[in-house]
Design a protein around this ligand. Sequence first.
Ligand code: CA
Length: 710
Amino acid sequence: MIAFLINSKKINFYKKDSEFIKPENISVKNGNNQINIDKMNFSNNCIEILLKNSINIKYISYIIYENNDIKINYCNFFDSDEFNDKYYYDGTLGAIYEKKGTCFKLWSPAAQSVDLLLYKYGDPAFSSSCIKIPMAENEKGLWITAIRGNFEGYYYNYLVNVYDNESEIVDPYAKAVGINGLRGAIINFDKTSIKGWNADKGPEINSYTDSIIYEISIRDMSSFLDSGIKNRKLFLGLSEENTVSSKNVTTGLNHIKELGVTHVQVMPSFDFSYGNADEKNPSDYNWGYNPVNYNVPEGSYSTDPFDPYVRIREMKKMIVAFHKKGIGVNMDVVFNHTANIYESSFEKSFPGYFFRTSIYGTYANGSGCGNDTASERKMFRKYMIDSVLFWAHEYHIDGFRFDLMGLHDIETMKTIKKRLDSSGKKYMVYGEGWDLDTPLPDSEKSTIENSYKIPQIGFFNDKFRDSVKGNVFCEEERGFISGKEGLENEICKDITGSIDYSEDVKGPFVSPEQSINYVSCHDNLTLWDKIEKSVKNADINTKKSMAKLAIGITLTSQGVPFLHSGIDFCRTKNGESNSYNLPDKINCMDWDRKYEFMDVFNYTKGLIKLRNEHPAFRMKKAEDIRKNIEFLKNTPKNTVAFLIKNHANGDLWENIIVIYNGNFQNVKIHIPYKNINVCTDENTSGDDILYKTDSDEIEIKPLSLKVMFN
Ligand code: CA
């Protein structure tokens, strides 16, 4: 037996053989009040109960039937127009600081009372004494209070009483916090400005395809002892310029600049759970996919997590440093779940509203973390929009990567993109469009399958990843670069940005801007470890060739190239496929290894230069790809050869020929030109002429690529 509130005066009660129920045996209780029933309509397995008075959602309701109390689930009502008309609040939430006073706003129509708790200290372990100030509710379910005077430097929480449970919560809208994010902090954002901040600006892009994304972790970039970086493992570490290791290889920001990528994608940098990484214990390691305070930087990356200003200023310093080098900063955002549902300020302030539940009332678990958020509910949608806009405007973030984006509804993603771009700047918005099991209609999920409905948004291309290096869930499976046969057609899809290129070469996307082309990322094995596990007994040079070919395919394909940091020097995590909480020695960027694999680093750098200098590899429109790319026919198996013609996308080069050889032997391929310039071969990459060919038969070395032009 289950029951749902449909509108404030209507309940659907599902019960087998409902036609045998006697109406006089049913009653409805809302808190301690009996609600009179106006009418009941019986149909097969469902009784529609119409009430004389509205249900008050501040109280739990039950259907009393014989000796059963059946809890009425409110989630359908939360989705109704009646609810949204009554309670949706579009204004500013959180603590609004001014010198003359601070105003506090929390939204919870279910709360019976809310008090503001003002603290002198940010650390609950140090002192719990506080001033308690009752807040008043308006008709929208908004709880408000204002305090006169300058409260900068104070900390605050809310004491919320809902369904007779009293709990202390951190403001979900907190923009600054004390140690471990356990109390909100009242600060003056004017004081977070740092040198160069007002003039600070990220790079402008005309098309996502003009970017090359490099995925980094703040900590991993400088945790290696011999990095030449002073502020190791911290935001500030990435603001240090011209750093080198003792072997004189560039490190940190200097490394990223030398490589030539256009954007970094920063793994979680919002405040994540202290249960996973205690800010008082710097040896704790966690990637941070456990969000707590979405609008605050993570404290463990700051030099002083106790002082709420420090983490904000230091994150801004890092962003300025990237922007000064012309590098955009994309933030990895994780709105699809929270660290822990029972500790969540959302759930404690308004149980059942912010998270999806099954019809039996259990929390949805498409994320695997046990608490899928409900982006389709208007106040959580607003939360996501407000948060993203805050990071874009206050922190000058240039793009957003949405973790498990397939769990979010299309309307939310569309609105986020529209609101971001309304400022005139083009923001990158992309994410993981996997189709996961969550109670949202398939047609509304932001999945790859629905990508045509959101053509402005990018998607991690798992088909690209798996075709190039082998299936990610089967460690021993090989891909095109490691000799698996029959993948030529898949590689053609990769090359054309996974758009609808032809009847045979057809991907899911309407635009190459949607295809985030990658072979590895923080999840699963690194490219090098995947090669090691899937290709046993190969010598190191063979494995390096495979890695270079994988990077080459990523950087010469249409779409948006994405590189996992360290792929450029064959990063290894010693075969660990999920290193989210493993020590620095597994996760670090090992700069000694960069020294050792300098040839692969230089090769990657050359390919990045080739791409950056040549718009032919970065076409923005699907129709241009259809017009300008032509595959060469009758090529040997495990090879793909293509021509980019017509000075594509305004390129200085009229014709470019790219050939990939996935065989362990040399191959010869006929091309339509006799004297053509070679700029990239198995050893050297870039856009300079290495030599000219003297025949229209080109030899390609095993497991390598060649790029030519005239
Ligand atoms: Ca934290």
